[in-house]
Design a protein around this ligand. Structure first.
Ligand SMILES: NC(=O)C1=CN([C@@H]2O[C@H](COP(=O)(O)OP(=O)(O)OC[C@H]3O[C@@H](n4cnc5c(N)ncnc54)[C@H](OP(=O)(O)O)[C@@H]3O)[C@@H](O)[C@H]2O)C=CC1
Ligand SMILES: O=C(O)CCC(=O)C(=O)O
Ligand SMILES: [Mg+2]
Length: 412
């Protein structure tokens, strides 16, 4: 902790015997985020506080504690400080946090702060539920059939950022090693290639798939689909599939259906797999056949936004980054900073509000979480929506980001 972080009155959330102990005034660190982050956070925190107040009449309250990352860390800690150590240490100490989106430049510049936070805290499961709220405009015919929860591996894959730029001494060293010592002759343009490394481990895969299956078991879901491109990337994505089936068999009692590879657990849950390209058309054509999804980091990134579009877009796509073993969890929207709308009080705050709803449920404050879901349904049902929905909805009343929060609070 340092002098920039003001600790509010409240108590720490702790983990005891694998279970969270949540005081009535838990201190929860938050990162406001870049771009539209401040608008969204200011709207979201009001809704979260109002839901808690309504559910518990003042007996419970979240003590929010601001920690810094991205542009605001530069302002507070000085230039080129994007993710202060104290931010990571504070979230580590207080276990549960929430964040707005943070900018990552394309090409050069800093590596993703979002990814760094997930790696530093080993938040190995990125959990992104995709459900439909009645009345939301959707490009598909039967959006109500979509009810999936994506479990995206969050620490490995090509997403880990191990890559070397064309023309550097580093890439030359790696290329020479691959070509002379490993017999690699498939780099099409060796002199001008950048090279990336795609680590996919048995441990990393198994803990993610284990979490996905456990979620399916705990929540009475019908199936878990392992999504991969294992026909082409045999030892990374193919192994993800194989290790996934192994967990289902060895730890959850899966038995082969019709000679495999699909499995069925004793409670009826089906464990199956799908190749990523085919999967992306299947979720459009036959979404009812998919339920819990377990996939690698980059696939999960693409699938998250594609599925979000089917239920109205990334303005209403929440998520959580979780380590089920240590209890650490950082909740965040699926979308980014949407920089062209920054400071306009315009964008949809629903993704962060519903990420907060997931946070409340994670704390066991289900009454407050339920109030938020009900209010979201009611407000959208009244066609009071932000620009993203209004432009696709007949007869909608378009409201600002902050006004949408007001409407949600009024409907709690
Ligand atoms: N976890 C994180 O913090 C993430 C950070 N990022 C970062 O964000 C930056 C911008 O990324 P970009 O690719 O533009 O993706 P964004 O998700 O920021 O925005 C893409 C488009 O999605 C729509 N959108 C996004 N958020 C909302 C919202 N709250 N309400 C309504 N519509 C929304 C807008 O569509 P329209 O134009 O149609 O109105 C927007 O132009 C990059 O630096 C990227 O790295 C990206 C993803 C996640
Ligand atoms: O870190 C980033 O900038 C992008 C991350 C992202 O798109 C995601 O996690 O969905
Ligand atoms: Mg993404």
């Amino acid at each position: 902790m340092d002098q920039h972080i003001k600790v509010p009155a409240g108590e720490k959330i702790t983990l005891q015997n694998g279970k969270l102990t949540v005081p009535n005034q838990p201190i929860v660190p938050f990162i406001e985020g870049d771009g539209t982050g401040p608008d969204i956070w200011q709207a979201s925190v009001r809704v979260l506080d109002a839901a808690v107040e309504k559910a518990y009449g003042g007996e419970r309250q979240i003590a929010w504690m601001e920690v810094y990352a991205g542009d605001k860390a530069n302002e507070v800690y000085g230039e080129q400080v994007w993710l202060p150590k104290s931010t990571v240490d504070t979230i580590r100490e207080y276990l549960v946090g929430i964040k707005g989106p943070l900018t990552t430049p394309v090409g050069g510049g800093i590596r993703s702060i979002n990814v760094a936070l997930r790696q530093e805290l080993d938040l190995y499961a990125c959990v992104r539920p995709v459900t439909y709220f009645d009345g939301v405009p959707s490009p598909v015919k039967e959006p109500q059939l979509i009810d999936m929860v994506i479990f995206r591996e969050n620490t490995e894959d090509i997403y880990a950022g191990i890559e070397f730029q064309a023309g550097t001494a580093e890439v030359q060293k790696l290329r020479d090693f691959l070509m002379t010592e490993m017999g690699v002759n498939k780099i099409r343009f060796p002199e001008t290639s950048s090279l990336g490394v795609k680590p996919v481990s048995e441990e990393g895969t198994k803990r993610l798939v284990r979490a996905a299956i456990q979620y399916a078991v705990d929540n009475g879901r019908k199936s878990v689909t392992l999504v991969h491109k294992g026909n082409i990337m045999k030892f990374t994505e193919g192994s993800f599939r194989d290790w996934g089936y192994q967990v289902a068999k060895e730890e959850f009692g899966g038995v082969e259906l019709d000679g495999g590879p699909w499995l069925q657990l004793p409670n009826g849950i089906v464990i199956k797999d799908s190749i990523a390209d085919a999967f992306l058309q299947q979720i459009l054509l036959r979404p009812a056949e998919y339920d819990v999804i377990a996939t690698l980091n980059l696939n999960g990134d693409y699938i998250s936004d594609a599925l979000a579009a089917q239920v109205g877009g990334i303005g209403i796509a929440p998520g959580a980054n979780i380590n089920y073993l240590t209890g650490h969890a950082v909740f965040e929207a699926t979308h980014g900073t949407a920089p062209k709308y920054a400071g306009q009080d315009k964008v949809n705050p629903s993704s962060v509000i519903l990420s907060g709803e997931m946070l409340l449920r994670h704390l066991g404050w289900n009454e407050a979480a339920d109030l938020i879901v009900a209010s979201m349904s009611k407000t959208i049902g009244q066609k009071t929506v932000t620009y993203d929905f209004a432009r696709l909805m007949d007869g909608a009343t378009e409201v600002k980001c902050s006004e949408f929060a007001d409407a949600l609070i009024a409907n709690l």
